[in-house]
Design a protein around this ligand. Structure first.
Ligand code: IDC
Length: 500
């Protein structure tokens, strides 16, 4: 190319400039006005049903909540819409359960003639163009699925393009929203996996797929160390840190019965309030939560059985609709208490829970600080108390080694559903003997066999099993250097298991 330009070239350049100016002015005129309607925007949620591939969009928060409880996945905000404006009609196909949304009266009426139900105005679209152009996609391959879930609506161009690449047909513009989509960064465990149950020796999720719980146990909720009452770890920011940074999907609330705990001096109403608080925080975050009746110094669960009965009766009544709550009815029987005694206790306490919450997962402790799963395997619970019931195996890696792993394997092989509701990376005393090698053998095995595991403990007590450094008073968002050797090890194990 030469530096001098021909007249023809120059006039073309001028034309391009003029067109660019026109385009710019047009763009400025067309820029979406930050309409007053924006203030009055209402969120429209998107839900996904993995079972039938359908996406549902709704502004009805109650419908959203109900569907989340029934196994739909919360996919976050579909977009926001104005309070008033263009009607977006919602239609329902009673023959296959599908939903469709349209602003086109002709499409609506055509579908109604073909048997769809007109569910009225689902939400409103902006009457004016905005930057949030909601486009529709169609998947011709969903016929195999009875035609359900063959449409998707999104204001997100990148998602639209990706879905087209995946083989859907782009159907283009449908209506204008007033705000963007906000997909959930972390689809939470409970909305993804729902109510858990036990199949054979394995915990499964709502789809019947093997599912493993991993998380942290609190220390004794009524204890205080280094000036920090352990109740303070029962907070949403702490659990969120565990979920998002560590990769935990479960927390365990350890409520001691003895040692100044629930049955020996602590304020029972206060402790029940704390359990409620923990269950609520876990529920808000879509995490599973274990309510642990932490029998230890009292040795036999029969010592405070009457209190256990009252406690579990009340708690299960309150939490009967929470699919994420798991009941652990006796942490660690010890002092020679035999399996017959524990079994009898379980046969009396489990029905108290089932009367309110027939499908809840229950964990039963086993003799010798929850190590004798062989005894439970040889003589397990039967009938309705056995359904969705699991048996605790606890290990402390520097004390309980291959011999206890062999015992766990044998119990699993015999079909016993085992749950590691507590383990430490240390000596059984909870202090000294940090042993990452043995811990790794255990966690590898547990992961291989889909056995859930919960680590002792989320606190700053000056003992090697504690996850937080004794000088660190933070109640959430712990950095690497604020965690102990054990805390870092456990966080890494969780991250590895979740692919973080
Ligand atoms: C330990 C605590 C320790 C506390 C002691 C007695 O780590 O700070 O002083 O209990 O209350 C268990 C128990 C669990 C124990 C833990 C470590 O379930 O309560 O915590 N452990 O000894 N079983 C095996 C070990």
């Amino acid at each position: 190319m030469t530096a001098s330009r021909s007249p023809r070239h120059r006039s073309r350049l001028a034309a391009v400039i003029v067109m660019a100016v026109i385009a710019l002015v047009a763009a400025i005129v067309a820029v979406p006005r930050p309409a007053a309607a924006l203030d009055a925007s209402v969120p429209v949620y998107r839900l996904y049903n993995e079972a039938d591939g359908q996406h549902l969009i709704t502004k009805d928060r109650n419908e959203f909540n109900v569907l989340c409880g029934r196994g739909w996945i919360d996919e976050g905000l579909a977009f926001s819409c104005p309070q008033e404006g263009q009607d977006v009609y919602r239609l329902y196909n009673p023959s296959n359960g599908d939903h469709l949304y349209t602003t086109a009266v002709a499409e609506r009426d055509g579908l109604v003639r073909r048997g769809w139900q007109d569910e009225g105005t689902g939400f409103h679209a902006s009457a004016e163009p905005t930057a949030y152009d909601v486009q529709r996609l169609y998947n011709p391959n969903m016929k195999a699925n009875g035609g359900r879930g063959n449409h998707l609506w999104t204001p997100n161009q990148a998602e639209y393009d990706n879905v087209v690449k995946a083989g859907w047909k782009g159907e283009g513009h449908q209506w204008y929203a007033t705000g963007p989509a906000a997909p959930k960064a972390h689809p939470d465990p409970v909305s993804q996996h729902g109510a858990l149950s036990v199949r054979g020796a394995t915990l499964v999720d709502k789809y019947g797929n093997p599912y493993q719980l991993r998380g942290m146990s609190t220390h004794g909720l009524s204890f205080t160390e280094e000036g920090v009452p352990f109740k303070d770890y029962v907070n949403k920011a702490a659990f969120k840190t565990l979920r998002d940074d560590w990769g935990a999907n479960c927390v365990r609330l350890a409520m001691y019965t003895a040692e100044g705990g629930y049955c020996e001096g602590a304020d029972q109403n206060w402790l029940k309030g704390l359990i409620r608080q923990g269950v609520n925080a876990a529920t808000d975050l879509g995490m599973y939560v274990i309510v642990d009746w932490h029998v230890l110094r009292d040795q036999s669960p029969t010592v405070y059985e009457q209190q256990a009965r009252e406690f579990f009766s009340q708690m299960s009544r309150e939490f009967k609709d929470r699919v994420n709550v798991i009941y652990e009815i006796c942490n660690e029987p010890n002092g020679g208490v035999d399996w017959w005694t524990i079994k009898g206790y379980a046969e009396r306490i489990i029905p108290v829970i089932r009367a309110n919450d027939p499908d809840a997962i229950v964990i039963v402790g086993t003799p010798t600080w929850s190590q004798d799963v062989d005894q439970a395997a040889a003589n397990r619970l039967t009938g309705d108390v056995a359904r969705n019931t699991m048996y605790a195996l606890h290990f402390y890696a520097n004390t309980h080694t291959q011999w206890l792993r062999d015992r766990m394997n044998a119990a699993l092989d015999a079909g016993l559903p085992v749950f590691i509701s507590e383990f430490g990376t240390t000596d059984a005393s909870g202090n000294g003997g940090y042993n990452p090698w043995e811990s790794q053998q255990w966690i590898d095995l547990a992961n291989r066999r889909n056995v859930s595991w919960m680590n002792w403990s989320l606190c700053l007590k000056n003992e090697s099993s504690a996850a937080i450094q004794p000088w660190c008073k933070k109640l959430s968002d712990w950095q690497t250097w604020e965690l102990t050797e054990s805390g870092n090890w456990v966080r890494n194990a969780m991250r590895a298991a979740t692919g973080k």
